[in-house]
Design a binder for this molecule. Sequence first.
Ligand SMILES: [Zn+2]
Length: 391
Amino acid sequence: MKTLRLDDPDSQDDLQTLNKLISSTRKIVVLTGAGISRNAGIPDFRSSSGLYKQKYSNGTINCRELFDVSIYRDESTIRLFNEFMQNMYYQKVKCAHPTKTHQFIKYLNSHKKLMRCYTQNIDGLERRLGMRTEFDQLNDWNHIDVVQLHGDLNTLKCSRCFKKFKWNEIYVNQKGAKEDAGFLIACPSCMEEYKKRQKEGKRCCQSSIGIIRPNIVLYGEEHPYGEILAKNLSKDIIRNPKLFLIFGTSLKVNGVKNLVRKLCRRIHRNVPDGKVAIINNAKICQSVWDTYIDYQIVCDCDDWCDYVESCVPRLSQEPKQQKKRCVKGSKKNSKNEKTNSIKLQKWPEHECKGKRKARQLQNPDALENERTKDSTRDRDCKRIKREIMVL
Ligand SMILES: [Zn+2]
């Protein structure tokens, strides 16, 4: 694993290799972590100012514990958890804007270069750029751009019936956001069912009423759609991604480590010239990732995205001809890799042999002149193609 820096002259050749790969392939898989949302004002976890270094509720609880499933051990800690997440949503996530890195991933998607983006983030900022994220509908895999591995803080769900709610459906409409902070709210849907059974004289049990919780996956908690996720991840891996870009994560979470190892193994075994790069402010552990990752680029994710866009300027422009959207993973979308680079020029189409033969019989001299023109044009085309490939 080589360590690269944007301002290091010795890193430039390898950085250019990545630029060329981004320009030429449409088989890119992305993994993102909290580092890409830090510039949007959403705190990360493990940096020096990250949440794991902070305490909550006058120092009575470490923020790290608030993201662990053990928070559900008793009612008092559940209240703290709800209050913390409510503040996080209203004060950070709701008012945040996507960063340069989110925009870069959106560009990859617009140019049909992105096979899939997996994110550990719960802020859902990709959706604000029009990318398709559906945490609860992983069955519809072909229509998902961004897979939210740890859920989505923009919605709430019932712990019992799993019905989803918007924050304002639960906290603002019923009692008001701030006054309710930390209250345990019974699921309106479960309550309705409970009352209905009560009226009908059927057996009722209070434990059948769920409580409302943020729609996120905590550490130590099983992903509610884990099986579907694993099955579809395998499908993505089998499609042989050519470039795997990892943004803003220190790769410390076990499930994510496995995902990264699987993708890296596949790329290095099956894809000639395939590359894996991590872009992060802090270095990752060299001994653990040395054989899996080709490059670690030590810089702010947004700075690297700016750099790539300056080297591949067409990337930041919306494609001119918006063809009918291909379904991810469909035959149309996985056509010949040679057609995958961003098209800067329409190549002349060659006349078929049959037509040319017929015209030769009618006017042999005119055709000879055309042949000379064609060979000059072909040489020009090849030259332009070469220039584009070294963008
Ligand atoms: Zn419910």
